[in-house]
Design a protein around this ligand. Structure first.
Ligand code: DGY
Length: 328
Protein backbone atom coordinates (compact mmCIF):
# COMPACT_ATOMS: atom_id res chain seq x y z
CA UNK A 1 0.00 0.00 0.00
CA UNK A 2 1.27 3.47 -0.87
CA UNK A 3 1.75 5.58 2.25
CA UNK A 4 -0.79 8.34 2.82
CA UNK A 5 0.69 11.80 3.11
CA UNK A 6 -0.72 15.28 3.42
CA UNK A 7 0.95 18.21 1.66
CA UNK A 8 -0.52 21.44 2.99
CA UNK A 9 0.01 23.60 -0.13
CA UNK A 10 0.97 23.36 -3.78
CA UNK A 11 4.76 23.33 -3.65
CA UNK A 12 6.87 23.35 -6.86
CA UNK A 13 6.82 20.22 -9.02
CA UNK A 14 10.42 19.37 -8.10
CA UNK A 15 8.92 18.24 -4.80
CA UNK A 16 5.37 17.30 -5.74
CA UNK A 17 6.31 14.92 -8.55
CA UNK A 18 8.38 12.50 -6.45
CA UNK A 19 5.83 12.65 -3.64
CA UNK A 20 2.95 11.85 -5.99
CA UNK A 21 4.98 9.06 -7.60
CA UNK A 22 5.60 7.31 -4.28
CA UNK A 23 2.64 8.17 -2.10
CA UNK A 24 -1.09 8.51 -1.92
CA UNK A 25 -0.83 12.29 -1.60
CA UNK A 26 -3.55 14.64 -0.44
CA UNK A 27 -2.38 18.05 -1.66
CA UNK A 28 -4.16 21.15 -0.38
CA UNK A 29 -4.38 23.18 -3.58
CA UNK A 30 -5.79 26.46 -2.30
CA UNK A 31 -3.65 29.64 -2.20
CA UNK A 32 -4.46 30.06 1.48
CA UNK A 33 -3.43 27.57 4.16
CA UNK A 34 -5.91 24.89 5.14
CA UNK A 35 -8.12 26.09 8.00
CA UNK A 36 -7.20 24.39 11.26
CA UNK A 37 -10.31 22.16 11.30
CA UNK A 38 -9.53 20.99 7.76
CA UNK A 39 -5.93 20.26 8.68
CA UNK A 40 -7.01 18.26 11.72
CA UNK A 41 -9.45 16.30 9.56
CA UNK A 42 -7.12 15.57 6.65
CA UNK A 43 -4.14 14.55 8.75
CA UNK A 44 -5.96 11.56 10.28
CA UNK A 45 -4.16 8.34 9.40
CA UNK A 46 -1.29 9.99 7.49
CA UNK A 47 2.20 8.56 7.60
CA UNK A 48 3.81 11.79 6.48
CA UNK A 49 3.00 15.47 6.67
CA UNK A 50 4.60 18.20 4.55
CA UNK A 51 3.93 21.51 6.27
CA UNK A 52 4.57 25.19 5.63
CA UNK A 53 5.54 27.83 8.16
CA UNK A 54 1.86 28.83 8.25
CA UNK A 55 0.82 25.46 9.73
CA UNK A 56 1.10 24.96 13.49
CA UNK A 57 2.34 21.48 14.28
CA UNK A 58 1.58 20.78 17.91
CA UNK A 59 0.25 18.06 20.21
CA UNK A 60 -3.29 18.54 18.94
CA UNK A 61 -2.29 17.99 15.32
CA UNK A 62 -0.02 15.05 16.12
CA UNK A 63 -2.80 13.50 18.19
CA UNK A 64 -5.23 13.93 15.29
CA UNK A 65 -2.76 12.29 12.90
CA UNK A 66 -2.54 9.21 15.08
CA UNK A 67 0.25 6.75 15.85
CA UNK A 68 1.06 6.01 12.21
CA UNK A 69 2.64 9.44 11.62
CA UNK A 70 6.37 9.10 11.08
CA UNK A 71 7.54 12.41 9.70
CA UNK A 72 6.84 16.13 9.58
CA UNK A 73 8.74 17.73 6.74
CA UNK A 74 8.68 21.51 7.03
CA UNK A 75 9.03 23.41 3.75
CA UNK A 76 11.29 26.08 5.32
CA UNK A 77 14.57 26.40 7.10
CA UNK A 78 12.83 27.93 10.14
CA UNK A 79 10.74 25.53 12.19
CA UNK A 80 9.33 27.68 14.97
CA UNK A 81 5.86 26.54 13.79
CA UNK A 82 6.71 22.96 14.79
CA UNK A 83 6.75 21.69 18.36
CA UNK A 84 9.85 19.58 17.78
CA UNK A 85 9.80 18.13 21.29
CA UNK A 86 6.18 16.98 20.89
CA UNK A 87 7.20 15.26 17.63
CA UNK A 88 10.22 13.71 19.29
CA UNK A 89 8.13 12.35 22.17
CA UNK A 90 5.96 10.54 19.62
CA UNK A 91 8.87 9.28 17.55
CA UNK A 92 7.95 11.58 14.65
CA UNK A 93 11.01 12.78 12.73
CA UNK A 94 11.15 16.48 11.74
CA UNK A 95 12.95 17.79 8.67
CA UNK A 96 13.62 21.25 7.23
CA UNK A 97 15.38 22.80 4.25
CA UNK A 98 18.66 24.34 5.48
CA UNK A 99 21.12 25.58 2.92
CA UNK A 100 18.63 25.71 0.05
CA UNK A 101 17.69 29.32 0.65
CA UNK A 102 20.78 30.81 2.30
CA UNK A 103 22.08 32.92 -0.59
CA UNK A 104 18.63 33.88 -1.87
CA UNK A 105 17.62 35.14 1.57
CA UNK A 106 20.89 37.05 1.91
CA UNK A 107 20.19 38.67 -1.48
CA UNK A 108 16.85 39.94 -0.21
CA UNK A 109 18.36 41.14 3.05
CA UNK A 110 20.69 43.21 0.90
CA UNK A 111 17.84 44.45 -1.27
CA UNK A 112 16.20 45.71 1.90
CA UNK A 113 19.45 47.17 3.27
CA UNK A 114 20.04 49.20 0.12
CA UNK A 115 16.42 50.12 -0.45
CA UNK A 116 15.90 51.24 3.13
CA UNK A 117 19.16 53.16 3.53
CA UNK A 118 18.67 54.86 0.15
CA UNK A 119 14.90 55.33 0.47
CA UNK A 120 14.12 53.55 -2.79
CA UNK A 121 10.46 52.78 -2.04
CA UNK A 122 9.86 56.35 -0.92
CA UNK A 123 11.45 57.60 -4.13
CA UNK A 124 9.25 55.34 -6.23
CA UNK A 125 6.10 56.58 -4.46
CA UNK A 126 7.30 60.18 -4.89
CA UNK A 127 7.57 59.73 -8.65
CA UNK A 128 4.32 57.80 -9.06
CA UNK A 129 2.32 60.36 -7.10
CA UNK A 130 3.50 63.22 -9.32
CA UNK A 131 5.60 64.97 -6.67
CA UNK A 132 8.84 64.99 -8.71
CA UNK A 133 9.25 68.55 -9.98
CA UNK A 134 13.03 68.99 -10.15
CA UNK A 135 16.41 67.65 -9.03
CA UNK A 136 16.77 68.69 -5.42
CA UNK A 137 19.93 69.05 -3.30
CA UNK A 138 18.01 67.98 -0.22
CA UNK A 139 15.61 65.55 -1.83
CA UNK A 140 15.22 62.11 -0.21
CA UNK A 141 18.58 62.07 1.48
CA UNK A 142 19.53 58.69 2.84
CA UNK A 143 22.65 57.08 4.32
CA UNK A 144 25.70 55.61 2.66
CA UNK A 145 25.95 51.84 2.78
CA UNK A 146 29.55 51.66 1.62
CA UNK A 147 32.03 51.93 4.50
CA UNK A 148 29.17 51.85 7.00
CA UNK A 149 29.02 49.49 9.98
CA UNK A 150 26.80 46.45 9.55
CA UNK A 151 25.60 44.68 12.69
CA UNK A 152 24.33 41.15 12.17
CA UNK A 153 22.20 39.52 14.84
CA UNK A 154 22.54 35.76 14.37
CA UNK A 155 25.58 34.61 12.42
CA UNK A 156 24.26 31.30 11.12
CA UNK A 157 24.31 30.35 7.44
CA UNK A 158 22.18 33.30 6.33
CA UNK A 159 23.87 35.83 8.62
CA UNK A 160 27.24 34.72 7.27
CA UNK A 161 26.01 35.09 3.68
CA UNK A 162 24.83 38.63 4.50
CA UNK A 163 28.24 39.37 6.05
CA UNK A 164 30.10 38.00 3.02
CA UNK A 165 28.32 40.45 0.73
CA UNK A 166 29.39 43.36 2.96
CA UNK A 167 32.99 42.98 1.77
CA UNK A 168 31.95 44.45 -1.58
CA UNK A 169 30.83 47.58 0.25
CA UNK A 170 33.99 47.89 2.37
CA UNK A 171 31.93 47.72 5.54
CA UNK A 172 32.88 47.09 9.13
CA UNK A 173 31.00 43.96 10.20
CA UNK A 174 29.93 43.31 13.79
CA UNK A 175 27.88 40.34 14.88
CA UNK A 176 26.10 39.04 17.90
CA UNK A 177 25.14 35.38 18.22
CA UNK A 178 24.34 33.01 21.09
CA UNK A 179 27.93 31.88 20.82
CA UNK A 180 30.98 32.99 18.89
CA UNK A 181 31.51 31.33 15.54
CA UNK A 182 34.80 29.61 14.68
CA UNK A 183 37.76 32.03 14.53
CA UNK A 184 38.43 31.02 10.89
CA UNK A 185 34.89 32.07 9.94
CA UNK A 186 35.26 35.36 11.82
CA UNK A 187 38.49 35.99 9.95
CA UNK A 188 37.15 35.07 6.53
CA UNK A 189 34.08 37.29 7.04
CA UNK A 190 36.03 40.05 8.76
CA UNK A 191 33.35 39.95 11.45
CA UNK A 192 33.83 40.92 15.09
CA UNK A 193 31.73 39.42 17.87
CA UNK A 194 30.34 42.09 20.22
CA UNK A 195 27.67 42.22 22.93
CA UNK A 196 24.21 43.05 21.58
CA UNK A 197 24.13 46.50 23.16
CA UNK A 198 27.42 47.44 21.52
CA UNK A 199 26.21 46.14 18.16
CA UNK A 200 23.06 48.26 18.41
CA UNK A 201 24.99 51.36 19.44
CA UNK A 202 27.69 51.12 16.77
CA UNK A 203 25.84 49.84 13.72
CA UNK A 204 24.51 51.95 10.86
CA UNK A 205 22.58 48.95 9.60
CA UNK A 206 21.27 46.18 11.82
CA UNK A 207 20.30 42.97 10.05
CA UNK A 208 18.33 40.33 11.97
CA UNK A 209 19.22 36.81 10.85
CA UNK A 210 18.51 34.80 14.00
CA UNK A 211 16.03 31.99 14.48
CA UNK A 212 12.89 32.70 16.50
CA UNK A 213 13.41 31.13 19.92
CA UNK A 214 12.22 32.02 23.42
CA UNK A 215 15.47 34.03 23.74
CA UNK A 216 15.02 36.05 20.54
CA UNK A 217 11.26 36.66 20.79
CA UNK A 218 10.82 40.41 21.41
CA UNK A 219 14.62 40.92 21.44
CA UNK A 220 14.34 44.20 19.53
CA UNK A 221 12.07 46.17 21.82
CA UNK A 222 11.83 49.87 22.68
CA UNK A 223 14.96 49.70 24.83
CA UNK A 224 16.99 48.02 22.09
CA UNK A 225 15.73 50.48 19.47
CA UNK A 226 16.66 53.40 21.70
CA UNK A 227 20.24 52.16 21.70
CA UNK A 228 20.45 52.46 17.90
CA UNK A 229 21.70 55.54 16.10
CA UNK A 230 19.01 57.95 14.87
CA UNK A 231 20.48 57.50 11.38
CA UNK A 232 20.45 53.69 11.55
CA UNK A 233 18.20 51.28 9.70
CA UNK A 234 16.86 47.93 10.85
CA UNK A 235 16.33 45.02 8.45
CA UNK A 236 14.50 41.84 9.42
CA UNK A 237 14.47 38.81 7.12
CA UNK A 238 14.21 36.29 9.98
CA UNK A 239 10.93 36.16 11.91
CA UNK A 240 8.50 38.98 12.76
CA UNK A 241 8.15 38.31 16.50
CA UNK A 242 11.86 39.03 17.07
CA UNK A 243 10.90 42.71 16.77
CA UNK A 244 8.26 44.43 18.87
CA UNK A 245 6.22 45.93 16.02
CA UNK A 246 4.55 48.58 18.16
CA UNK A 247 7.90 49.76 19.54
CA UNK A 248 9.31 49.81 16.02
CA UNK A 249 6.44 51.96 14.74
CA UNK A 250 6.99 54.43 17.60
CA UNK A 251 10.74 54.50 16.94
CA UNK A 252 10.26 55.14 13.22
CA UNK A 253 7.65 57.81 13.83
CA UNK A 254 9.69 59.62 16.49
CA UNK A 255 13.00 59.51 14.63
CA UNK A 256 14.63 57.13 17.11
CA UNK A 257 15.90 55.25 14.05
CA UNK A 258 15.82 56.30 10.39
CA UNK A 259 14.18 53.38 8.64
CA UNK A 260 13.20 49.73 8.61
CA UNK A 261 13.05 47.10 5.90
CA UNK A 262 10.94 44.12 6.83
CA UNK A 263 10.41 40.85 5.03
CA UNK A 264 8.61 39.45 8.06
CA UNK A 265 6.01 40.88 10.43
CA UNK A 266 4.01 39.84 13.45
CA UNK A 267 1.40 38.74 12.65
CA UNK A 268 1.59 37.66 9.02
CA UNK A 269 -0.04 39.06 7.08
CA UNK A 270 0.28 42.40 8.84
CA UNK A 271 -3.09 44.09 9.49
CA UNK A 272 -3.86 46.75 6.87
CA UNK A 273 -4.40 49.29 9.66
CA UNK A 274 -1.09 48.50 11.38
CA UNK A 275 0.75 51.76 12.24
CA UNK A 276 3.86 50.48 10.41
CA UNK A 277 2.00 50.69 7.12
CA UNK A 278 1.40 54.40 7.60
CA UNK A 279 5.10 55.18 7.97
CA UNK A 280 6.99 56.23 4.82
CA UNK A 281 10.30 55.08 6.32
CA UNK A 282 9.11 51.51 6.73
CA UNK A 283 9.45 49.24 3.72
CA UNK A 284 7.59 45.95 3.98
CA UNK A 285 7.52 42.99 1.61
CA UNK A 286 5.42 39.84 2.18
CA UNK A 287 7.92 37.24 3.49
CA UNK A 288 9.54 36.68 0.09
CA UNK A 289 13.19 36.29 1.05
CA UNK A 290 13.39 32.75 -0.39
CA UNK A 291 11.03 33.48 -3.27
CA UNK A 292 13.00 32.71 -6.41
CA UNK A 293 12.01 29.91 -8.76
CA UNK A 294 15.29 28.07 -8.32
CA UNK A 295 15.32 28.28 -4.54
CA UNK A 296 11.69 27.34 -4.03
CA UNK A 297 12.36 24.37 -6.34
CA UNK A 298 15.39 23.30 -4.26
CA UNK A 299 13.37 23.67 -1.06
CA UNK A 300 10.66 21.46 -2.59
CA UNK A 301 13.21 18.78 -3.50
CA UNK A 302 14.64 18.81 0.01
CA UNK A 303 11.24 18.76 1.68
CA UNK A 304 10.17 15.84 -0.53
CA UNK A 305 13.38 13.95 0.23
CA UNK A 306 12.77 14.38 3.97
CA UNK A 307 9.13 13.30 3.62
CA UNK A 308 9.91 10.22 1.55
CA UNK A 309 12.78 9.12 3.79
CA UNK A 310 10.54 9.58 6.83
CA UNK A 311 7.63 7.54 5.49
CA UNK A 312 10.07 4.75 4.62
CA UNK A 313 11.45 4.83 8.16
CA UNK A 314 14.87 5.96 6.93
CA UNK A 315 16.99 8.75 8.46
CA UNK A 316 16.03 12.15 7.06
CA UNK A 317 18.62 13.83 4.80
CA UNK A 318 18.00 17.14 6.62
CA UNK A 319 16.76 16.46 10.12
CA UNK A 320 15.94 19.21 12.60
CA UNK A 321 18.11 18.80 15.70
CA UNK A 322 16.45 17.25 18.72
CA UNK A 323 16.04 19.95 21.38
CA UNK A 324 18.31 19.87 24.42
CA UNK A 325 17.02 17.38 26.97
CA UNK A 326 15.24 15.42 24.27
CA UNK A 327 17.91 12.75 23.87
CA UNK A 328 17.18 9.56 25.75
C1 DGY B 1 12.20 29.90 5.93
O1 DGY B 1 12.51 28.98 5.15
O2 DGY B 1 12.24 29.77 7.15
C2 DGY B 1 11.77 31.19 5.31
O3 DGY B 1 11.28 32.07 6.24
C3 DGY B 1 10.78 30.96 4.19
O4 DGY B 1 11.46 30.43 3.13
Amino acid sequence: MRPRVLVTRLIPDEGLDPIRAACDADVWADDLPPPRAELLRRVVGCRGLLTLLTDRVDDELLEAAGPGLRVVSNYAVGYDNVDVMACHRRGVAVGNTPGALTETTADLAWALILATARRVAEGDRYVRTGQWRTWGPRLLLGSDVHRATLGIIGLGRIGAAVARRAAGFAMTVLYHSRSRVAPELETSLGATHVPLDELLERSDIVSINAALTPETRGLIDAVALARMKPTAVLVNTARGPIVDGRALADALRDGVIAGAGLDVTDPEPIAVDDPLLRLPNCLIVPHIASATRATRGRMAEMAAANLLAGVRGEPLPSPVPIPPGGHS
